[in-house]
Design a protein around this ligand. Structure first.
Ligand code: ADP
Ligand code: MG
Length: 319
């Protein structure tokens, strides 16, 4: 791409923290602490598939990194750095300026410096690929397979706002269109609990970030761990702004709505006080919503609308 190096220098060459070799060489060099494992995750965002062409570029920069550091949090890993692959149909400096600003603000906030990447011209549309790396103490990673019967099931933050924002953008519930201003940031600027997640390593057992819906994502933990779960719907935190909506709409958004980027994790009841203290320290809401049990499947009690088989489906690209 013409001016590739000028673009990189202008928008993506930020000073690397001490001890890290960042943008400008053939590879980045990152230190990993003794007794730790490198945690690596990657996510692709494709225009027209994951975001609308007119999405605010600053929000997009934020979200491209947010969905990746969310995966690090769900592994109990502390961020080390990230790389950014960008494929652009044309050079749009105003777009790049805003995109890089949103990306950088979150990168600074969660301590995940941009240390490299690749920039090319695309045939059509913007494609964004972010890979984030972190470190987690050997043996203390929050694997999906680690849940045990009797574990508490926790969630952070609140659920449902991003899903309803998406529905409103698609023109549903026109009588509630005024809610969009309140809910839109939850879809476009998810705030994964990154420092809280890395603090959970050694405290929690299994964890996942909620990207495809609580039931589907918890289902991944259950399948990997060979367990079932009992959830109490009355304990599941719906975003407060959803109150004015029909109970059935809220239930669907809360249990099946994706794009949340909060954590669902399991932990021994003996860890409750430590987890609450960790949440308090990081300003995170963390609540117990149920319990892991032997067997399989998810039973949800106190749900206003009975759950059919389809109640368990979240988002699946090839479903
Ligand atoms: P190479 O030829 O080794 O692939 P490039 O010429 O593509 O290197 O990139 C030069 C430097 O700029 C490398 O350090 C690369 O990591 C970095 N870089 C390229 N694109 C980006 C980007 N979008 N964000 C961050 N760093 C980038
Ligand atoms: Mg390259």
């Amino acid at each position: 791409m013409g001016g590739e190096f000028t673009l990189i220098g202008r928008y993506f060459d930020w000073p690397a923290p001490p001890g890290i070799l960042g943008v400008g060489d053939d590879c980045a060099l990152l230190p990993v602490s003794p007794g730790h494992r490198l945690a690596v995750t990657t996510d692709l965002l494709v225009e027209g598939r994951h975001f609308f062409p007119d999405t605010c570029p600053e929000a997009l920069g934020h979200k491209a990194l947010a969905v990746n550091v969310s995966d690090l949090a769900a592994m109990g890993a502390r961020p080390l750095g990230c790389v950014l692959g960008l494929s652009l149909p044309r050079v749009d400096e105003a777009w790049l300026e805003k995109f890089s600003r949103g990306f950088r603000a979150l990168s600074d906030e969660v301590g995940c410096p941009l240390v490299g990447g690749d920039t090319t011209r695309s045939v059509a549309g913007v494609i964004i690929s972010v890979t984030a790396m972190g470190e987690v103490s050997e043996g203390a990673a929050l694997k999906r397979s680690a849940a045990k019967p009797g574990d508490d099931i926790w969630v952070t933050g609140s659920l449902g706002a991003a899903h309803v924002a998406l529905e409103l953008l698609q023109g549903q519930y026109p009588e509630h269109a005024a809610l969009l201003d309140t809910l839109r940031p939850w879809l476009e600027r998810p705030q994964p609990p990154v420092a809280f997640g890395s603090g959970l390593s050694g405290l929690a057992r299994a964890a996942i970030d909620i990207s495809d819906g609580l039931l589907q994502d918890l289902g991944h933990i259950l399948k990997a761990s060979g367990c079932g779960a009992d959830l109490d719907y009355s304990l599941v935190p719906a975003h407060p702004a959803l109150k004015e909506l029909d109970a059935a709409i809220v239930q669907r958004a809360v249990l099946n709505g994706g794009d949340v980027y909060q954590l669902c994790f399991t932990a021994d009841a003996a860890a409750r006080a430590d987890i609450k203290a960790l949440a308090l320290r990081h300003g995170i809401e963390a609540r117990i919503i149920g319990r892991i049990r032997p067997g399989q499947g998810i039973h949800v009690s106190a749900a206003p609308v009975p759950l059919g088989k389809e109640g368990y489906a979240g988002f699946d690209h090839f479903g």
